[in-house]
Write a protein that binds this ligand. Structure first.
Ligand code: OSB
Ligand code: MG
Length: 370
């Protein structure tokens, strides 16, 4: 397949309510939508880099720079026989995984559309439905947090993840357990807000029987996480620390985690996500699909990868209406039953762009190639 044209569109969409983590507060989200044209078909994907380099080093700005200057010329100049080729073509460019991932994921969508199959099928997925959870930011009070948690428990989400940071950890977790009990599948995500000096506090969380604690320590660490895991009964899940199959192998060998959160953007694309999934399966390490506040296109890619068998823990891919008043795809990404999303059977990601919504929030657009 030869990519004939690449279109980039940037949109700025307001979130329904602000999302606060240990690294910052977001009220709107910048999203770059990629369209790749070949053989009369269009493959699509959406970027996940945030507007600021506080989760990882990439931003929407660095993404455009790397795509325009390096990645898009490679896509336009090379014949691609399979989407797996793209990661090899990009491999000499260091990091910039989110820039690589958005283009690579669009190639996967294009490839599956050209072959008249669903992206899930092209990736080797087996689930027809996936269980999903929800991620809840840092709220302004315990009372408000309990209201929000209660709302999502009522909606039937299969995993409740709450953000924690120093000063907002034991107290909110304890309050959730006291009000809603121990049957709620609850976990915490620290986004690297702690160090080994906080070990006593992190051990205190053990009594609340969390299904895991996500990325408690530094974004670039796997050594201290191994020391911490040895002293915690709660499983550690790594997010920020895992950028590649090699990172996953080293973290698992060191005992730095018992679970891995796979984000397609963070690992540089669907091929890498699948490889990490397969490796983790061979080591009995369950994985789940993380999120980056995606709109419908990103959710659709997440649903497809989460249909692979070792995605055995509900991910963060809630329905689009958890964050958005309107979706950038039709149909909108919804649950079919409480906490369950159907894996689409249609070609590619199984959703089409909602041009009207995209036009409404468009901030810039450019195209390359024919
Ligand atoms: O750490 O998983 C994270 C959002 C932005 C950046 C990092 C993270 C998150 C979330 C939200 O937790 C997940 C989602 O609902 O998309
Ligand atoms: Mg996380």
């Amino acid at each position: 397949m030869k990519i004939e044209r690449v279109e980039l569109q940037e949109i700025l969409m307001p979130l329904k309510s602000p999302f606060v983590t240990s690294f910052g507060r977001q009220e709107k989200k910048v999203i770059t939508i990629v369209r790749l044209h070949s053989e009369g078909k269009v493959g699509i994907a959406e970027s996940v880099a945030l507007a600021f380099p506080f989760y990882n080093e990439e931003t929407n700005g660095t993404l455009w720079n790397i795509m325009e200057e390096f990645l898009i010329p490679i896509l336009l100049e090379n014949e691609i026989s399979h989407p797996d080729d793209v990661s090899s073509l990009f491999s000499h460019i260091r990091r910039n995984n989110m820039a690589k991932a958005v283009l690579e994921s669009a190639v996967w969508d294009l490839y599956s559309r050209i072959n008249n199959q669903s992206l899930s099928r092209a990736l080797g997925g087996s689930y027809k439905e996936i269980d999903v959870g929800v991620s809840i930011g840092i709220e302004r009070s315990i009372e408000q947090l309990l209201t929000v948690v209660g709302h999502f428990i009522n909606e039937g989400y299969k995993k409740i993840k709450v953000k924690i940071k120093p000063g907002w950890d034991v107290e909110p977790i304890k309050a959730i357990r006291e009000k809603y009990g121990y049957d709620v599948p609850l976990m915490a995500d620290a986004n690297s807000a702690y160090t080994l000096q906080d070990i006593d506090l992190l051990k205190e969380l053990d009594q609340y029987k969390l299904i895991m604690i996500e990325q408690p320590l530094a974004h670039d660490d796997i050594i201290d996480h191994a020391k911490l895991q040895a002293q915690l009964s709660t499983s550690i899940c790594l997010d920020e620390s895992i950028h590649s199959l090699e990172d996953a192998r080293k973290a698992i060998e060191l005992g730095s985690c018992k679970i891995i959160n796979i984000k397609v953007g963070r690992v540089g694309g669907l091929t890498a996500a699948k490889q990490i999934h397969d490796y983790c399966a061979s080591k009995n390490i369950p994985v789940w699909c993380g999120g980056m506040l995606e709109a419908g296109v990103g959710r659709a890619h997440n649903i497809a990868i989460a249909s692979l068998h070792n995605f055995s823990i509900p991910g963060d891919t809630s329905a689009s209406n958890r964050y958005w008043n309107e979706d950038i795809v039709v149909p909108e990404v919804t649950t079919i039953r409480p906490g369950v999303i159907e894996v689409p059977k249609g070609d590619g990601i199984g959703f089409e762009l909602n041009e009207q919504v995209i036009r409404k929030y468009l901030t810039r657009e450019v195209s390359f190639g024919a």
